[in-house]
Design a protein. Sequence first.
Length: 170
Amino acid sequence: MSASDANLKTVKQLIDALESDDAFERRQAIENLALITQQRLDFAWRGSAEERQSSIDRWRKWLAREEKRRKGGGLKAAVELLQSVELPAGGGANLQAALEKAFQHLPPEHKKALIAQMLAKVAADSQSSSHDPCERCGKRPATVKVTERAESGEYGQRALCEVCAGREGV
């Protein structure tokens, strides 16, 4: 779950508090960040200054992405992210691994949804080339199967494109 708009200011203050010299202040800050954002980004409140700084940099990047996402709208940011993914040849496990890598910095629920969306799109694209043409217009691939029962009681099936199926109210 990402931070709400009202909490972004609080998140920024908590990220700043991660740089405190007081270890217990850092501990309180990371606990509050975890409550608000549901993530920790590997911050070790008792870690060395270098370890802490590396995590603080990740937090600042996360905050910048979150602010950008909110300004540009979730859909726009998701589309940009999807377009930036280079799909490997062979699909399957290679594709899953590439998507995991591309979306590694996203919150888990966003990553899961985007990966599912990409896998569905790739599956649909691979099937679209094997579709027969629409029986109504003959122009587009038939992606909708309509089963009808004739007055005689026999069943028949027609293959339509999405446009023609929409025109018929299917």
